[in-house]
Design a protein around this ligand. Structure first.
Ligand code: NAP
Ligand code: ZN
Length: 351
């Protein structure tokens, strides 16, 4: 029997989120049912609820930074049992057959199913619905183990903000002494600073917010540049090996390209609605610099990131909110007014 779920959904693009009743599939043989304790609020939730990327399926229940406890498992499930503390990130299924899946890069699989606003594979014609809800049913392969000792609410943002910054730091070989830049200190950016610092990197933060300078240092940054200040930007020229750009708004890349040393890479993870302005090819050619991009991370790497965070005692800096505060939270997120991630306490979701 499909189960009844209560959540918060955007009924159509740009409408405020409201309580929404829907159903989830029965717990199949390979499925895990999870009572959601906390769900982080990612800027991607807002992009989707406002259909800024196009293609969102409404009504949509956002939320892909999910942590909670297992309440039921199918009879083929081997990794989890009732009571386990688990997480779910941006992916709930993929083909598990293609080259990307075999290489543990399910995030690049053409058959991937996102946690929300993807067509369900069960033939019902429904779309997936995310973690602003009381429970979720997910196949075992896409469930993560939340290590003991991590604060549960603070761990929720690791499922997207954590892996989205951990994966490019690892891919571009960040280690002790690497000079890492982080652009934008929001949900993703503040995790990039913590993770890069824990990997031993020398971290430079680029922020538009004077009010975040001291915080950036507390988070682990060694240098802070106010990105609106041309003199400070010029002084940062040719200093960095790899930069993680988390800004979800259109912006000029040229000053950041110029901040790279020879062979440096500027990695885009922020995903604005509109293109960035063009840049001069010679800014790359002159020092064999690259521009890259990175999308969340695979399931195996997400588990590795959670274990890394447990080992280094890293969680997100959060503001816990009740679910009826979500629309206000979106407005504050648009003003960069969150330190550094809103996390919904799902016990505030009233029947
Ligand atoms: P967020 O919490 O809103 O943080 C974004 C930060 O960007 C802000 O805190 C602010 O930092 C800076 N910023 C905001 N407006 C700006 C502007 N107009 N110009 C320059 N900087 C500005 O967002 P988030 O949740 O970290 O997500 C960031 C982006 O990454 C979004 O586009 C999201 O969709 C995307 N994302 C991508 C992936 C992926 O797999 N690639 C995964 C998750 C999210 P300062 O105050 O320090 O300037
Ligand atoms: Zn996200």
């Amino acid at each position: 029997m499909p189960s009844d779920v209560l959540g918060y959904a955007a009924a159509v693009a740009k409408e405020p989120l409201k309580p929404y009743q829907f159903t989830r599939r029965d717990v199949g043989p390979g499925d895990v049912s999870i009572k959601i304790a906390f769900c982080g609020v990612c800027h991607s939730d807002l992009h989707t609820a406002r259909d800024e990327w196009g293609g969102a399926i409404f009504p949509v229940v956002p939320g892909h930074e999910i942590v909670g406890h297992v309440t039921a498992v199918g009879d083929k499930v081997t990794k989890y049992k009732v009571g386990d503390t688990v997480g779910v990130g941006c992916l709930v299924d993929s083909c598990l057959q293609c080259e990307d899946c075999k290489n543990h890069n399910e995030q690049f699989c053409n058959g991937q199913v996102l946690t929300y606003t993807s067509p369900c594979k069960d033939g019902t014609g429904k779309s997936t619905q995310g973690g602003y809800s009381d429970h979720i049913v997910v196949r075992e392969e896409f469930v993560l183990r939340v290590p003991d000792g991590l604060d549960l609410a603070g761990a929720a943002p690791l499922l997207c903000a954590g892996i989205t910054t951990y994966s490019p730091l690892r891919h571009w070989g960040v280690k002790k002494g690497t000079k890492v830049g982080v652009v934008g200190i929001g949900g993703l950016g503040h995790m990039a600073v913590k993770l890069a610092a824990a990997m031993g990197a020398e971290v430079t933060v680029f922020t538009t917010s004077q009010s975040k300078v001291e915080d950036a240092k507390r988070l682990g940054a060694h240098h802070v540049v106010i990105s609106k200040d041309e003199a400070q930007m010029a002084a940062a020229a040719a200093t960095l090996d790899v930069t993680i750009d988390t800004v979800g708004f259109t912006h000029d890349l040229t000053p950041y390209i110029n901040a790279l040393r020879t062979n440096g890479t500027h990695v885009l993870v922020g995903a604005p609605e509109n293109p960035h302005p063009p840049f001069i090819p010679f800014s790359l050619i002159g020092k064999r610099r690259s521009i890259g991009g990175s999308c969340i991370g695979g399931i195996q790497e997400t588990q590795e990131m959670l274990d890394f965070c447990a080992e280094h005692k890293l969680t997100s800096d959060i503001e816990v909110i009740a679910i009826d505060y979500i629309n206000e939270a979106y407005e504050r997120m648009l003003k960069s007014d969150v330190k550094y991630r809103f996390v919904i306490d799902l016990s505030t979701l009233k029947k």
